[in-house]
Design a binder for this molecule. Structure first.
Ligand SMILES: C[S@@+](CC[C@H](N)C(=O)[O-])C[C@H]1O[C@@H](n2cnc3c(N)ncnc32)[C@H](O)[C@@H]1O
Length: 207
């Protein structure tokens, strides 16, 4: 059983337990990557709350153009643009924003910086591909437990490009477009900032 399968199994057990106890929100579990009755959002579409993107931009500056390579409906791109950045946006799926039909993992064009909230299941692949394309910084919004895992340690963290981890001290709640009720709040999230010119251990800070 690999790391992802173990994580999935743990969450499923936790989910069964929590439903019995009626304490956990199934929508939040789906966002965490748990396949609850096969109802996980197709292609992992969960728009990032604007405040989460702004929290990154209040702490980090990016020099040059930014590529939002899984832009969804532009929730993150729009905040980047409002902050004065030159942003190119694309997504595999047409969600009415940016260039569509682009599988980031097959792209070859270099960019100064890459910032996104990748599909949860492809997070490590997105990071590794970004290492090939970005000239400067890479910032990924993801689950805090992205830090775990021997394979990730070997393939990603041992490269010593991870410079900063900004942990959300409060839980981040996602609201699906058109929904009135927010979901989430169960999972811990963080911003991971990699720097192609860095070679050292990461610093940790809290948002
Ligand atoms: C968690 S959502 C985040 C959307 C947006 N980045 C945001 O923060 O609001 C992940 C997005 O990744 C897109 N996606 C999934 N696989 C992809 C791929 N191989 N290449 C590019 N985009 C992909 C999905 O269509 C979805 O819009």
């Amino acid at each position: 059983m690999n790391q992802e399968e173990i994580e999935q199994r743990l969450w499923q057990n936790l989910h069964k337990w929590s439903l019995q106890k009626k304490t956990m929100n199934p929508e939040a579990l789906r966002m965490a990557g748990v396949d609850v009755q096969q109802r996980r959002e197709k292609d992992d579409f969960y728009p990032t709350p604007p405040a989460a993107t702004q929290a990154l931009l209040d702490r980090e500056k990016f020099d040059g153009q930014i590529y939002e390579c899984a832009c969804g409906d532009g929730a993150m791109s729009e905040v980047l643009i409002e902050n004065g950045y030159d942003v190119y946006s694309s997504d595999l799926i047409n969600r009415g924003y940016g260039e569509t039909g682009i599988d980031f993992l097959k792209t070859e064009k270099p960019f100064d910086n890459i910032i996104t909230n990748p599909p949860f299941k492809l997070g490590p692949d997105f990071v590794l591909h970004s290492f090939k394309l970005a000239r400067k910084k890479i910032a990924f919004f993801g689950k805090l437990n992205f830090l775990e895992g021997q394979r990730r340690r070997k393939k990603i963290f041992n490269l010593k490009k991870l410079k900063k981890v900004y942990v959300f001290s409060g839980r981040v709640s996602f609201t699906k477009r058109g929904a009135t009720k927010s979901a989430g709040g169960l999972i811990s999230f963080a911003w991971y900032v990699f720097d192609q010119n860095y070679n050292g251990l990461p610093q940790i800070d809290w948002i």
